[in-house]
Design a protein around this ligand. Structure first.
Ligand code: TXA
Ligand code: MG
Length: 315
């Protein structure tokens, strides 16, 4: 099937209330027509996701904002103009017509315009909004290639659109604009600093004052296998001391040929690291080891979103 035929088939399925998998620049999503309650309900069932967890609604562009949100603050349109289509989700006051199921019972809605060309075109032709959480079961690693989605949902959904490897590789930045002041809900590859430059006011951010303690974070975005973070200077020692006791795999910046354990190498560059993180974790997760050892990353702003995902993976 060529791309146009795929998009036509996708639209037919969405209009019939089906759930399909779509590529985005961040991670793959499990999508349904956001205005169709029974279709959205299917997403929750497929993901085994609790009903009070809201899903993000994907739209073609900023011109659709007012169909889904009300009382739009001026900064919302400014941010959309700057970063859409792209990996930024805005939380806004919801239009009363939006089903409460989509927003997990809240009076706010998460909106984002994804930049992946296939999904962008799909949204333009579809016209409406697509409710789409990441296409993984609740709490598990997000999918960054079609095969990840196939592995989980092959026999449960009628269409998985293959859009190649996700370019960004981790979930969108989530910014809450529904309150008095902008607040960061989830760090992503669009950074706080980039957003503040555009809105010219500081963002409330939970861990700016108090650093996050990894143990206090909920387990989410986690591989099946247990994972732990180890500083570069202790990596060799850690592996030497533990490899005879338990089966290890490692995610590191350099190959470790002296050890006979599964090793995935990942570039020490935040953009490339984010792009490959879930891919490598999916691989290591399939090695049948007891523990994935992850070499710790630099503690600087450009690594913030990755730090967030690693701390959750190692919870
Ligand atoms: O990059 C992404 O954002 C991907 C792709 C598919 O677009 N989607 C994604 O969706 O990560 P999901 O459902 O896995 O995560 C959505 C997050 C959840 O943590 C949810 O609580 C939050 O967005 N969220 C959605 N609507 C919200 C709302 N109205 N208020 C607060 N948080 C909201
Ligand atoms: Mg998710």
């Amino acid at each position: 099937m060529n791309q146009n035929e795929t998009i036509k088939q996708a639209i037919k399925l969405l209009q019939a209330g089906e759930v399909i998998a779509i590529p985005t620049e961040t991670v793959y999503g499990l999508a349904a027509d956001a205005s169709n309650e029974s279709a959205v309900k299917k997403i929750f069932e497929l993901k085994r996701r609790p009903a009070d967890h809201p899903v993000i609604v994907h739209i073609a562009d900023a011109s659709k904002l007012s169909a889904w949100a009300i009382d739009l603050p001026e900064v919302a349109t400014r941010l959309a103009r700057e970063f859409w289509p792209g990996p930024l989700t805005l939380i806004l006051k919801k239009n009363p017509e939006v089903p409460l199921l989509v927003t997990g019972g809240q009076n706010t809605i998460g909106l984002r315009s994804p930049s992946h060309p296939i999904t962008h075109e799909l949204l333009k032709q579809f016209g409406g909004g697509l409710a789409a959480p990441s296409a993984n079961r609740f709490g598990k690693l997000s999918p960054t290639k079609a095969q990840h989605v196939i592995d989980t949902f092959q026999n449960e959904i009628p269409l998985i659109i293959d859009g190649g490897h996700c370019e960004v590789g981790i979930e969108s930045t989530i910014l809450d604009l529904s309150g008095e002041r902008p607040r960061l809900l989830r760090p992503g590859m669009i950074s706080i600093e980039q957003i503040e430059t555009i809105i010219r006011q500081p963002i409330l951010c939970p861990d700016r004052t108090a650093p996050r303690v990894s143990g206090s974070l909920p387990a989410h975005y986690a591989p099946q296998t247990k994972a732990t973070l180890v500083n570069s200077s202790q990596l060799i020692n850690f592996i030497s001391n533990n490899q005879s006791k338990i089966k290890l795999a490692v995610l590191s910046f350099q190959p470790l040929p002296k050890f006979n354990i599964p090793c995935a190498v990942i570039p020490k560059n935040p953009k490339q690291y984010a792009q490959q993180l879930y891919l490598k974790l999916h691989e290591l997760d399939q090695c049948g080891v007891d523990l994935i050892v992850i070499e710790n990353i630099p503690d600087t702003p450009e690594w913030k979103a990755i730090q967030d995902r690693l701390q959750r993976a190692a919870h």
